[in-house]
Design a protein around this ligand. Structure first.
Ligand code: MRU
Length: 353
């Protein structure tokens, strides 16, 4: 492990704005090295999102906003209309990087709206940069509030299963599902965690196991194939995961394998919770219209640089799946916990907003 990692008492921000540059943890290097990358071009941010240097719905939402903040600085125009047109081009490139997590579109739209409200080039630049920075700060506050709201659902001595990484590394800091886990511990409860490995990209073993172990949690790693075993043998009290997109009916899109975990939890009568901020909700789309990102086959035909499948094999590699509302015990947000029937409870969360 990189020396600097063991010296880091709490997690540095996953993504931040420093000296007119975007600084990110390169998550492809974890858990072996803590490497920070620095970008001054929105195209580099787009590449970082595409190649999973930064990943996790809220983290890519804020990264998209920071990408546009770089774009205003890169633009050499002196007119408002041309600046908006430059921003629009950057927005399109950033938007097309990953299709499933709705936070990316949310972050980009929020910045475009504020940019259009500006009267001069200078004012637009200031507004865009200050709004993107504010979004990063608010992400942490939202996660902490969500954590408190969710912590009451967990009991002393619970063992909680989580899938993928919905932690500090998937947000600016603190996390959504792992934020609830952090808040549960902060409320004085003793908890244990089971993290699934999350093939093929291994966000569970590379990121969640690393993040929780770093912060002193009692965490055990299991292969994805041991979810049924763990539940059938009484090793799991509750499950919590994050989300990339939640539609108004309560259908949850999250990392591939979430649906299997939720189905198995139902089979064993284990409560299955989802934690996500309101920026992860897509109140316009129907579940059937949500695009599931298909990623390259090499993620499946090898582990790291090692080839683990025959040359030329056909691969199906969806990055996300959909968990239907009947498998979900509650959706934890910064505005409270939505319970079934979700169409009604989700609507209420937005009305309270
Ligand atoms: O492909 P990834 O690593 O971006 O997928 C991440 C997930 O599916 C997370 O569970 C989700 O974004 C919630 S993060 C708070």
């Amino acid at each position: 492990m990189d020396e600097r990692l063991s010296e880091t008492s709490s997690f540095p921000r996953t993504v931040e704005w420093k000296d007119n540059k975007v600084v990110m943890i390169d998550q492809t290097k974890l858990p072996n090295e803590l490497v920070f990358v620095k970008y001054d071009d929105f195209n580099q941010v787009a590449d970082a999102i595409r190649t999973l240097v930064v990943r996790g719905a809220p983290a890519i939402g804020v990264s998209g906003a920071f990408g546009l903040a770089l774009a205003v600085l890169q633009s050499k125009t002196t007119t408002k209309d041309e600046l908006i047109s430059d921003l629009e081009k950057a927005r399109k490139i950033l938007f097309e990087t990953r299709p499933t997590a709705v936070n990316l579109a949310w972050g980009l739209e929020k910045i475009m709206k504020i940019a259009k409200s500006g009267n001069s080039v200078e004012q637009i630049k200031d507004l865009v940069i200050s709004t993107a920075k504010k979004m990063a700060d608010e992400d942490i506050e939202i996660n902490k509030t969500m954590g408190k709201n969710g912590s009451v659902l967990f009991d002393d001595n619970d063992t909680i299963m989580t899938h993928c990484n919905a932690g500090a590394l998937a947000t600016v800091a603190y996390g959504t599902a792992l934020g609830v886990i952090r808040a549960t511990r902060e409320s004085g409860k003793n908890i244990k965690i089971i993290a699934t490995e999350t093939r093929p990209v291994q966000q569970g073993s590379r990121l969640t196991a690393f993040e929780l172990k770093h912060d002193g949690f009692d965490v055990s790693l299991i292969p994805d194939t041991a979810v049924g075993y763990s539940m059938a043998n009484g090793l799991v009290d509750k499950v919590i995961v994050g989300a990339d997109r939640i539609v108004k009916t309560g259908h949850v899109f999250n990392k591939i394998g979430t649906y299997q975990v939720a189905t198995m939890a139902k089979q064993h009568g284990i409560p299955f919770y989802v934690a996500a901020p309101l920026s992860t909700f897509d109140m316009k789309s129907d579940a059937k219209d949500v695009i599931i990102e298909m990623r390259k086959g090499s993620e499946v035909t090898g582990i790291g640089d090692k080839k683990t499948a025959p040359d030329g094999i056909k691969v199906i590699n969806p990055a996300f799946d959909m968990t239907p509302p009947e498998l979900i015990s509650g959706i934890i947000t910064e505005k409270g916990v939505a319970k079934p029937p979700y169409e009604e409870s989700i609507k209420k969360l937005f009305e309270a907003n």
